[in-house]
Every structure is written in structure tokens, then in C-alpha cells.
Design a protein around this ligand. Sequence first.
Ligand SMILES: [Zn+2]
Length: 173
Amino acid sequence: MTELLKSTDYVDVYRMSRDKRKIEGKVKVGDMKRLAETASNHDDIFDYVITGMTGKLGWSGAIMELHGKVAVPCNRCNNPVDVPIDREVVFRFAKSEEEADTIPIEEDDDTEVVVGSEKLNVMDWIEEEIILSIPLVPSHDYACLDKEKLNKDDEPLEKENPFAKLKGMKFNK
Ligand SMILES: [Zn+2]
């Protein structure tokens, strides 16, 4: 059994990048404080794989893969809606906030810049990426299911069921 990621798990991103080290495991939605505030199901689990790499121009980086889902309140009906998240993101580690600000963002380049650390909190890093992946206005794909309405619609349907009528006639004889 893979152990769940803990809020006290750290990684030296520069070493990870240099050694092309891979860290992987599972992380529970309920363990991520900010996400847990809005998530409807705290038992949802994400799989993550983070692999150290070096960029074309020699910068330190990593590729993060995230697979899982998080249930959040629907914007229309407030019932939980599952948001599947399957992401593969390339990160470039900046040495400081200042350096991060000076790294030009190229078009058609979806590399994300984060300030690296010899002690980066892995859970915070993953949580941030999950939060960024949730749409601003999450809602159900189809018409939202209103349970009360559904029940009301069901009743007349059952009364008009032709087979129910036939059954009744048979038994009346
Ligand atoms: Zn809905």
C-alpha cells in the first residue's frame, strides 16, 4: 500500500532536478487544508508523479503529473460535481521571487514558474496546482438534478403506465 503524502513532506527541488529523481504517491483531498474547505468529498485521492528534469537552457525543473478528481459544489444547484483532473505540467524553478518575475513567459509555452527551495512542501505545491485546475464556475454538464422535481415528475408517469392499467384490469375481473 502506498503511503499517503503528509503535510510535512518536503523535497529539495534542485537535487531532484539534478539527479532526475522521481517522487510519486497518493494524496488525499481532505489532507489539503485549502482544498478541503470547498471540496465535498474529503476521501477523494489523487495520484501524483513528479520527475526532476533540466530545461533546454540548463534551468532546474520538474514535470508533475496529477490524476484524480475533486468534488466541488455546483455553481447552479450547489450539489457536488466531480471535476476530473489529469494534468501534466512542466515547472521551472526560479531561485527567488525576483528571478521568477524576470523569466519571460513565451507564447505556446505552458511552463509554470515556481520559486524553488531546498525544502519545498510537496503537498502545498500539489494543492496549488489542483486549485488552479478547478474551473472558476464549476457546474454539472447536463441539467442539474433537482431531487424534489424528479420525484414529482415520476408520480404521474407511474399512473399513466399502460402496463399498470392492464394489470389492474386483469385483477378486476
Ligand atoms: Zn448542478
